[in-house]
Design a protein around this ligand. Structure first.
Ligand SMILES: *[C@@H]1O[C@H](CO)[C@@H](O)[C@H](O)[C@H]1NC(C)=O
Ligand SMILES: *[C@@H]1O[C@H](CO)[C@@H](O)[C@H](O)[C@H]1NC(C)=O
Ligand SMILES: *[C@@H]1O[C@H](CO)[C@@H](O)[C@H](O)[C@H]1NC(C)=O
Ligand SMILES: *[C@@H]1O[C@H](CO)[C@@H](O)[C@H](O)[C@H]1NC(C)=O
Ligand SMILES: *[C@@H]1O[C@H](CO)[C@@H](O)[C@H](O)[C@H]1NC(C)=O
Ligand SMILES: CC(=O)N[C@H]1CO[C@H](CO)[C@@H](O)[C@@H]1O
Length: 592
């Protein structure tokens, strides 16, 4: 309990010798009360009072100035505002690799046509003949201008919006809202080679929006002249605003910030569930090993699927978004064509190769040794089947999830990941931290342990080998470009010296050409370097994801406390907010 609350409690004790029930209004006192100690509703309610300002919509479309022209087949063409807006989405991405991809272009063109007037539709028949160059240049100049805006101006505007829309009142708390801005319209990108990339992500309007708030609160007002789709008062859910996006048909929500009371509590419960798995994982493993020998096919299949979930952190189902057409699979929907069996070492080793598109169309590729019984069972499941038959034909996601629930209350495929990642981090930290090291070296050990977890748990979804290789290739390109640039600079210098002596037109021209060459190379080098940074950061998403979602933060906090290392060294501000509960809770002897 915080210092402030303790004082108040002591005061109350002093002045009220009777055992009266004391309610403290934490909000007035502006203290952060340990979230998990608060009273919880027992009827499934998440709140009694909820008031907020609703979402912030994307700014309306501003037509292009008349000097920025679109050309079709070499001729200027004035577009109607609707089709012009969609054209600008494409123009904004013109330098991106996406716009060279066939699926992206096809999907974009199809959706764009839907926004065109009938004359436009008749005229514009080939995307290749569209020239978006002036539009693209215009947006580049605009984004430069925005960059030039002073930092203070931007911060001030952001702060104003945050204060106005960024908070809600949930019961007695003023809570931060995670994402109060609605994404602007644009073209869908998707991860991996998503079959829907390039499709038009529509503008969200007030009539798409469902508001959730309490009856007795001040309801958020829709913009003048518009109406909400609906206003609800459902206190069994924690979202404030919801709508359905048009690409995947999935429902989007505006929710509380991770640092909020409700989110913190949910996070904590998640790790408590994983800790419970620690206590019964041996029993579960013994049982599925037994079940590999079962007379019943459905039990054998269930047991092998469970082994994959435990061993390989596969997802349970296909978990497909409604309306998604991509052919993605999870453990239960793996087909015969997705695996290959390799008996190796004269039939002494058993290797399975997985290759399929998982959630979000991200390729899952893994070649792993398995136990003999698993291998034999897989051979059995594949007998007399066509490549596109289900491997586990006696199993579906609901059956598997029900079985997991029977094994342990609250158990899902994800709990295995959380358990494995957390316990591995704890082990790695114990193994790698050296008491005699200085703080810097200890933090290096911490990072090493984190990386080991990501590698052991295969949280990197993309094969890291290709990453390293492409990174190397990129580095080679960068080095080559640097060499070229220094050569070009040298040439420029000597041509200048030359021109000084000769003072004729020809050498002046040479200087100009050399100057252009240097500029071009500088530009190319910068682009490559930006690309390298991007890739490096993208790689870290895998690391960041496990740090944020699968590792019990109390392990890290306890480690910090034990070795006297400031928590700031391992968690940044956002992460510290999210893990405020753990920072308060974990003592140095915490064991996962
Ligand atoms: C596109 O338009 C720009 C400027 O309007 C022009 O410089 C360029 O040559 C055009 N590109 C093509 C491929 O026609
Ligand atoms: C965690 O997963 C890895 C990779 O499958 C496995 O080798 C390891 O034994 C697991 N650790 C625990 C404690 O389950
Ligand atoms: C899953 O399988 C069970 C038993 O075979 C069946 O009752 C159930 O309807 C199936 N569920 C789905 C979603 O296919
Ligand atoms: C910490 O230890 C490492 C080697 O273990 C050394 O290179 C580094 O200089 C030390 N740092 C400080 C601040 O003493
Ligand atoms: C903290 O790290 C996360 C990645 O885990 C990143 O997304 C976020 O932007 C960082 N926040 C700050 C304030 O640096
Ligand atoms: C009363 C009401 O409409 N409640 C709905 C609130 O939203 C959830 C989904 O998040 C629905 O399941 C409820 O029916």
């Amino acid at each position: 309990m915080s210092f402030c609350a303790l004082i108040i409690l002591d005061l109350y004790k002093a002045i009220s010798p009777l055992n009266v029930i004391i309610t403290i209004n934490y909000y007035d006192c502006d203290i952060t009360f340990p979230q998990w100690e608060e009273e919880r509703y027992t009827d499934g309610s998440k709140w009694k009072f909820l008031e907020h300002k609703g979402p912030v919509f994307a700014p309306p479309y501003e037509p292009l100035p008349s000097n920025v022209k679109f050309y079709y087949d070499g001729k200027h063409m004035k577009l109607s505002p609707e089709s012009e807006e969609v054209a600008t989405f494409f123009a904004k991405m013109l330098d991106h690799e996406y716009t060279t991809k066939d699926i992206f272009r096809k999907n974009f063109f199809k959706d764009w046509k839907k926004e065109m007037s009938s004359e436009e539709k008749a005229k514009i028949t080939d995307l290749k003949k569209c020239n978006f160059t002036e539009l693209s240049d215009y947006f580049k100049a605009q984004s430069e201008a925005r960059k030039a805006m002073t930092k203070e101006d931007k911060l001030e505007e952001n702060e104003r919006m945050l204060q106005e829309y960024g908070f809600c009142i949930m019961d007695n708390h003023r809570e931060r809202i995670a994402n109060f801005r609605i994404e602007p319209p644009g073209l869908f990108r998707g991860r991996g080679d998503h079959p829907k990339m390039g499709m038009l992500k529509r503008r969200i309007r007030p009539k798409d929006i469902i508001i959730n708030c309490s009856k007795d609160s001040k309801h958020p007002e829709p913009p003048p002249g518009t109406k909400w789709k609906e206003v609800r008062h459902d206190n069994k859910v924690t979202w404030l605003v919801s709508w359905t996006e048009n690409i995947q048909g999935s429902i989007k929500y505006i929710m509380l910030n991770p640092s909020s009371r409700i989110k913190g509590e949910k996070d904590w419960q998640k790790y408590e569930t994983a800790r419970r798995l620690k206590k019964c994982v041996d029993r579960i493993r013994t049982q599925y090993r037994e079940d590999w020998k079962s007379k019943e096919m459905r039990i054998r299949q269930r047991a092998v699927a469970l082994y994959f979930i435990d061993k390989l952190a596969l997802r349970a189902g296909n978990e497909k978004e409604e309306g998604e057409t991509a052919d993605t699979v999870g453990c239960c929907s793996v087909r015969v064509e997705h695996i290959k069996l390799y008996p190796e070492n004269d039939g002494q080793e058993f290797v399975v190769e997985f290759d399929f598109l998982g959630k979000d169309s991200i390729r899952y590729y893994n070649k792993v040794p398995v136990e003999k019984r698993v291998f034999k069972n897989l051979q059995l499941f594949m007998e007399n089947k066509e490549p596109d038959d289900d491997l586990f034909d006696r199993l579906n996601t609901s059956v598997l999830n029900k079985h997991l629930q029977e094994l342990m209350d609250g158990l899902t495929a994800k709990v295995f990941r959380t358990y494995n990642a957390s316990i591995t981090l704890q082990q790695q930290l114990k193994a790698l931290t050296n008491a005699d090291e200085n703080v810097t070296a200890k933090i290096l050990s911490y990072n090493r342990a984190n990386r080991a977890v990501a590698i052991l748990c295969n949280h990197q979804r993309a094969p890291p080998k290709t990453f390293e290789k492409s990174m190397q290739n990129l580095q080679t390109k960068i080095d080559a470009k640097r060499d070229q640039l220094s050569d070009a600079k040298r040439e420029l210098k000597s041509s200048k010296a030359d021109a000084k002596v000769r003072r004729d037109e020809r050498s002046k021209k040479t200087v100009e050409t050399k100057k252009k060459a240097v500029e071009r190379l500088e530009d190319q080098l910068m682009k490559l370097e930006v690309q390298a940074t991007d890739r490096e950061e993208n790689k870290q998403i895998a690391l960041g994801t496990s740090k944020l979602n699968y590792l019990d933060p109390r392990i890290s906090v306890a480690w910090c406390k034990k070795w006297g290392i400031p928590v700031e060294k391992i968690y940044n501000k956002t992460q510290r907010e999210k893990f405020a509960w753990a920072i308060d809770m974990a003592e140095e002897d915490y064991e996962f």
